[in-house]
Design a protein around this ligand. Structure first.
Ligand SMILES: Cc1cc2nc3c(=O)[nH]c(=O)nc-3n(C[C@H](O)[C@H](O)[C@H](O)COP(=O)(O)O)c2cc1C
Length: 147
């Protein structure tokens, strides 16, 4: 069964709510394994068939742990080439983090990125959570089609 990683960072829970909805959406298909995680080792990244990452924006940047993870993965030559990926996250006013991450996923790792990034201002409302679910479902369906 194809495996999806939904990795996220969240300080006040907003991006976490988004991540949980993304997982819910991916699970609707019933045909993929979905792992929700706050932390993974760089060397574990390529065990997944798709990687979705939730990053809130703090100080116009993405969380340092996530940045380090992808830097380490690049340094170790971990290949994610051609794998579906997406970035999402809560923000307050500028929302750079998911866009910065998409650049890395696309340009450094040559992932097949679902664009644009899914940005939600502060706490996701029901409509935003539905958008998160749709993102998860869409990626799961992409994987199922590839089988
Ligand atoms: C110290 C601090 C710095 C922040 N910097 C930014 C920023 O540069 N750009 C932005 O869009 N939002 C910024 N925010 C708002 C957060 O992105 C927003 O509160 C978001 O919902 C946090 O998501 P989380 O609950 O997943 O941690 C900042 C918030 C705090 C507390």
């Amino acid at each position: 069964m194809a495996k999806i990683l939904v990795l996220y960072y969240s300080r006040t829970g907003n991006t976490e709510k988004m991540a949980k909805a993304v997982v819910e959406g991916a699970k609707i298909t019933g045909r993929v394994d979905v792992e929700l995680s706050y932390f993974v080792e760089a060397t574990d990244l390529n065990q997944f068939d798709a990687v979705l990452v939730g990053v809130p924006t703090y100080h116009h940047d993405m969380p340092v742990d996530i940045k380090m993870l992808f830097e380490e993965a690049a340094a170790r030559g971990i290949s994610l080439k051609g794998k579906p990926g997406a970035a999402f996250g809560s923000y307050g006013w500028s929302g750079e983090a998911p866009k910065l991450l998409i650049e890395i996923m696309k340009n450094k790792f040559e992932m097949k990125i679902s664009e644009p990034a899914l940005l939600v201002k502060y706490t996701p409302d029901q409509k935003a959570l539905e958008q998160c679910k749709s993102l998860g479902k869409r990626i799961a369906e992409t994987l199922i089609q590839q089988l």
